[in-house]
Design a protein. Structure first.
Length: 231
């Protein structure tokens, strides 16, 4: 169950997302006044697709997944959200609804920013607005890249791309404890769990990666990159 409280202050927070570093003292104080601070357990849903959009999220610690809920209970993971990263919310300017879901992958602490206060500051701080536009534009480019991965790559290429993404952008380490499950890996690549597991085993047998319980190590990064590019 999510736990509530507020033990930090936006003024001295060391985990600000880059756009928020452009805010004045009074703007940070305004955000802090209406901000919620919530602790989530592993697996808890933070935002549900289709519900009313009242707050934005920034993680203080932990890891969360951003995903689309499709038909027949099939999900597509768009990306993972790490501390200090800022997530764009297109529904905030269209219909005030969440157009994707967000769930905690590990125990996480999140700051929830009031959407009305956020919009107010966007209107009065042009540097902050430009930073937000840049952030959402970069997110759109990443979605275009993901569309190419899902529609033009074979399954081996999709798994290779996902492993590189997890290595470079989620953990930033060639060896990591995989709190991301095989089901998550399947949902990240648009395939079923059995297919994802089979390809992981092929990569292991080919000594491209090694798997020891939940620990994955990329052994042959160059070959994995080739499979990602030409798979």
């Amino acid at each position: 169950m999510a736990k509530f409280g507020k033990i930090r202050n936006c003024l001295d927070c060391m985990m600000k997302a880059p756009p928020f570093k452009l805010l004045s003292k009074s703007e940070l104080e305004l955000i802090n006044e209406y901000r919620l601070e919530v602790k989530y357990n592993e697996g808890e849903v933070i935002f549900k697709q289709g519900t009313s959009l009242t707050h934005l999220i920034i993680l203080n610690y932990g890891l969360a997944k951003v995903y689309l809920e499709g038909t027949n209970k099939k999900n597509l993971i768009l990306r993972y959200l790490k501390p200090s990263e800022f997530l764009g919310w297109p529904g905030a300017f269209i219909d005030n609804r969440h157009h994707f879901s967000v769930a905690a992958v590990t125990e996480s602490l999140a700051c929830l920013i009031n959407i009305n206060i956020f919009k107010q500051i966007l209107q009065q701080n042009s540097d902050f607005s430009l930073a937000y536009i840049k952030n959402t534009s970069e997110a759109s480019i990443r979605r275009f890249d993901k569309l190419i991965n899902l529609t033009q790559k074979h399954m081996h290429g999709r798994i290779a791309s996902a492993l590189i993404y997890i290595n470079d952008e989620v953990y930033n380490n060639n060896t990591y404890d995989l709190s991301i499950t095989k089901q998550d890996l399947a949902e990240l690549t648009g395939m079923n769990k059995d297919s994802a597991g089979r390809i992981l085993k092929e990569f292991t047998d080919s000594e491209i990666i090694s798997v020891n319980k939940n620990k994955i190590e990329i052994i042959n990064f160059d070959l994995l990159k080739q499979i990602s590019e030409f798979g």
